[in-house]
Write a protein that binds this ligand. Structure first.
Ligand code: PMP
Length: 433
């Protein structure tokens, strides 16, 4: 018995080397904190309002409409009706012919699209440029593929006239960006509109990135999940439409963000076959595909949007209008309590300066944890309001660069935003009284 139990205890390391240093994840921690303590959750990025009726009705129809094959496997690289309508839709957006079978692939959310890109395109020793602050999974995904992330920051240039900062005031330094490209650079990750700042990259900024990609023969992984969430009449420009970029760009999208149904986990990639063929290899050998029935309903959602393209009834026209009102409301409310917001040009996130509230949450000198992280934890535990620290969107080396900011998600019902504002107002009064 004794020798048997000794044998059963493994002594060899069980963890694959590729997981070293990437086991911590802020979402696990903050989602748990929000679930335990929050009365109002403006943390993780998902709407608390319903998905549009036309989408949920499409799902109900798919479920009960008599086509029992919708409960079975479908084509691995995307349910045919979905890839067909995505191809038609993106043909319109990009002004080029697309083959639904080779230029489009459906994934388990944009998350799996990103995973396929890094696994398929990044080799041991390759460098991948990531613009900070960034959606946090890019870094561990590059590392898991054996690549080395190389960071380049968006630097804030606060307006001199005392006006609120805009996400447009966070900019790349062209010389600094150029200095990050080298022989070893395989790809750059672009996320416009950007999570967490809400920055919508301008044509000039995209042109600069495109020029460097062409000059150094570098791929562009373009995460455009917030493509429809752009405000104040700004335009989302697709880098793939710039000269020389189609051939080297993979566009990533998400039905979760597009149709306010993040739990469905339907995403896609659009790009040239010479890149997508390798993504298909990863996809084929990992998850195979996501739920057929969700793909069917998203296909119907896109058919509707194709018909109503650019019209006032289109969800892609209505959603940003609604969200812009919510953004403006939250901007005003945060400004009112002195938590200065950085006005986002896009996405449903807003980053705000916590300085006036810092005296309630003392710093711990020499702690490894950035101050904003401690602040966000204190706020959810003591005030019941969940938000995400900006430092979570920086690499380990740069996580202490900006520790005065937290990110709020404003894709929320009016009542939720009002409840958040009430918490902050009450807190401010307690401080001043
Ligand atoms: N990219 C960005 C920039 C995101 O913010 C998110 C979701 N928060 C994703 C990708 C993942 O999207 P999905 O839920 O479709 O996997």
């Amino acid at each position: 018995f004794l020798s048997h139990s000794l044998q059963a205890k493994m002594s060899r390391p069980v963890q694959a080397r590729r997981l070293e240093g990437i086991d911590k994840n802020i979402w696990v921690e903050f989602v748990k904190l929000a679930a335990t303590y929050s009365k109002v959750n403006l943390g993780q990025g998902f709407p608390d309002f319903p998905a549009p009726d036309f989408l949920t009705e499409a799902l109900t129809r798919a479920l009960g409409g008599g086509n029992h094959m919708l409960h079975q496997y479908t084509r691995a690289f995307g349910h045919p009706p979905l890839v067909k309508v995505l191809a038609q839709f993106f043909e319109k957006l990009l002004g080029r012919d697309l083959d639904p079978m080779t230029n489009v692939m459906v994934t388990v959310g944009a998350y799996q699209a990103l995973f396929c890109c890094f696994q398929a395109l990044v080799d041991e020793g390759d460098e991948v440029i990531i613009i900070e602050p960034f959606f946090d999974c890019y870094e561990p995904m590059v590392k898991m593929a054996g690549g080395t992330p190389v960071f380049v920051p968006l630097r804030p240039n606060p307006p001199k006239d005392g006006k609120l900062m805009s996400s447009a005031d966070w900019q790349l330094d062209p010389a600094e960006l150029a200095s990050k490209f080298s022989e070893r650079t395989k790809a750059i990750v672009l996320n416009s509109p950007n999570n967490p700042l809400g920055k919508v990259f301008s044509r000039g900024e995209l042109g600069l990135i495109a020029e460097l990609c062409v000059k150094h023969d570098v791929l562009c992984i373009s995460d455009e999940v917030y493509e429809w969430l752009v405000y104040d009449g700004k335009q989302h420009i697709r880098i793939a439409s710039l000269q020389g970029m189609w051939d080297r760009t993979v566009i990533i999208g998400s039905a979760g963000k597009t149709f306010s149904a993040t739990g469905w986990k339907v995403g896609w990639v659009v790009g040239p076959d010479r890149l997508l063929q390798h993504l298909r290899t990863v996809h084929q050998n990992s998850v195979y595909h996501c739920a057929t029935i969700a793909q069917e309903a998203v296909a119907q959602g896109f058919q509707r949007e194709l018909m109503l393209y650019g019209k006032p009834e289109s969800y892609f026209v209505q959603l940003p209008k609604e969200l812009q009102k919510k953004r403006d409301w939250l901007v005003q409310s945060l400004d009112g309590v002195g938590m200065k917001p950085i006005i986002p040009e896009g996405t449903y996130f807003l980053v705000a300066d916590i300085s006036p509230f810092k005296s309630d949450v003392p710093d711990v000198p020499n702690s490894d944890e950035p101050y904003d992280s401690r602040f966000a934890k204190w706020m959810v535990k003591n005030k019941g309001l969940a938000a995400i620290p900006l430092s979570a969107f920086y690499s380990e080396a740069h996580k202490n660069n900006y520790t005065n900011f937290i990110r709020f998600c404003f894709a929320k019902e009016e009542a939720t935003l009002k409840a958040a504002s009430d918490i902050l107002q009450k807190w401010k009064q307690e401080k001043t009284s």
